[in-house]
Design a protein around this ligand. Structure first.
Ligand SMILES: [Zn+2]
Length: 491
């Protein structure tokens, strides 16, 4: 099916020609076939023409780190640090015993929210309780296919608990590991199916965080990634507690250890990356790994301000992610772009070190695509040969009056102008409505599952939990510790 976009004002994200006026874009077989003033379509039967007069055409936004099923716990909690928050989230999930169908429904809602807000590709760092299973991973892939979003499933893996390790007097040697999940067979089963069906979905491997994985597991992940040519995605040094614990466990900066065991490479993207010191930033840069900035989540959980300007200046590709529906309350990349630009201004006095609108827009498109090996050079820009993942915006009042498109897309837009969304050459949102999702039915299916989880959370939050007491005590030590990077404005 070939689609011809006409009279388009195009934000290309191409560095040499960022904006093109009055263009035609030919989409054929899921790909951007041509971009030009008057292109030749002989031999290509056009099945759909879209008049883009008055609209802005831009690449779909890319969410390089999130947790889809966390949408069931959207905005459940406030005023708690990450590790305390995580304990509540996990216990709520344990009690809820979500079925594969419920997981699929949740993922469908999160993907739908993103599509309507201009996100056309998403990395789902997928964890579930009690553990991974083929049917649960298939449920997430099913949600990608039902909604039409380009999805990357990243099953979360772990075989140890860093908080327990940090409380052992001699760290790693004495700590008892939890039984490793039999992940390999399940993950490879799902991967084989994915590759057979030529779906526009893919898979990466996702150690939950390096400190929650033994070295043996991290090495196994690297081996499997190399064998099957997969990307790797992980949380990295998100909080001060993790920064402090890393020194207790490894007796050296965490990234120095990871470089030694061969974990850092251009296959890798690291979510948050808040507490890396200068040496670790250089190691990340020289390995070719990408960092994924999650400003809303870091702000809500008080995790600290990621050193984005430094990461960029040392040569690290910095992408954007929303994190989950409770840690940042939405799956909006428009919101992350604006927050990334704003946050850069509270840590740098010199305006030349602030993140500009153009840089923020690149972070939410090209850079986020770059963080995923399978998407590099394929999405995030509008140019011939790229996948046809693009969005058409009909400027809402938030974009009026409209003078500087790039500036206003970052600082004014919130998703309200998203009119039409095309993924892999298929129109999945048209005139603001889904073409393949029944929104009302989806909401009716999700609400009872979320209500059940909220009831469970209301019960557990009243009961004092011993492990949370330990975490709070450790946090006090971490906050008092000397020699850690400065990532809070008050420290
Ligand atoms: Zn996360």
């Amino acid at each position: 099916m070939a689609i011809l976009l006409e009279n388009a004002s195009v934000v290309t994200l191409n560095a040499t020609k960022p904006i093109l006026e009055a263009r035609q874009i030919l989409i054929d077989d899921g790909t951007i076939a041509q971009v030009g003033r008057k292109i030749h379509t002989e031999g290509t039967p056009i099945t759909k023409r879209i008049d883009c007069s008055g609209m802005i055409v831009m690449p779909g936004l890319v969410n390089a780190h999130c947790h889809l099923t966390e949408i069931l716990q959207k905005s459940f909690r406030d005023n708690m640090r990450m590790e305390i928050w995580r304990g509540y989230r996990a216990t709520t999930e344990d009690l809820a015993k979500l079925t594969a169908a419920e997981i699929g429904t949740a993922a469908e809602l999160a993907c739908s929210e993103m599509l309507k807000n201009g996100v056309t590709a998403v990395v789902d760092h997928f964890s579930t309780r009690p553990g991974l299973s083929v049917d649960k991973m298939e449920a997430v892939l099913g949600a990608f296919e039902k909604t039409g979003i380009r999805g990357m499933l990243v099953p979360s893996l772990r075989d140890q608990d860093f908080i327990r390790l940090a409380t052992q007097s001699n760290g790693r040697k004495s700590a008892k590991q939890t039984a490793p999940e039999p992940w390999r067979e399940e993950v490879l089963t799902v991967l084989a199916r994915l590759r057979r069906t030529r779906s526009h979905c893919g898979m990466m491997l996702g150690p939950s965080s390096p400190m929650n994985c033994s070295d043996a597991l991290l090495r196994e992940v690297v081996n499997v990634a190399e064998q099957f040519d997969l990307g790797i995605h992980t949380h990295l040094l998100e909080t001060r507690l993790q920064s402090w614990a890393a020194h207790q466990i490894y007796k050296k900066p965490l990234c120095v250890h990871l470089a030694r065991i061969g974990f850092l490479s251009s296959r890798l993207s690291t979510a948050h990356s808040v507490w890396l010191d200068d040496r670790e930033i250089d190691l990340l840069a020289s390995s070719g790994a990408s960092a994924v900035h999650n400003p809303a989540s870091n702000l809500k959980l008080g995790s600290g301000i990621a050193p984005v300007a430094k990461l960029k200046s040392r040569g690290v590709n910095v992408a954007l992610g929303t994190d989950g529906g409770d840690t940042s309350d939405s799956y909006s990349i428009f919101e992350q772009m604006r927050l990334a630009a704003y946050l850069s201004r509270v840590v740098a006095e010199d305006p030349t070190n602030w993140i500009t609108a153009a840089e923020a827009l690149r972070m939410g498109t090209v850079n986020s695509a770059q963080a995923v090996p399978a998407w590099r050079g394929k999405i995030g820009m509008i140019r011939s040969g790229y996948c046809a993942d693009l969005i058409l915006l009909k400027p809402s009042l938030r974009l009026r009056p409209l003078r500087d498109v790039v500036h206003q897309l970052v600082f004014c837009e919130g998703g309200q102008s998203v009119h039409t969304v095309i993924v892999a050459g298929k129109v999945v949102v048209e005139g603001g409505d889904f073409t393949q999702v029944d929104e009302n039915s989806l909401i009716r299916r999700v609400e009872p599952i979320s209500r059940k989880m909220h009831r469970l959370y209301s019960r557990i939050k009243k009961v004092p939990d011993r492990s949370q007491k330990i975490t709070r005590e450790l946090y006090k030590k971490a906050l008092a510790a000397k020699g850690l990077p400065v990532r809070f404005l008050t420290k």
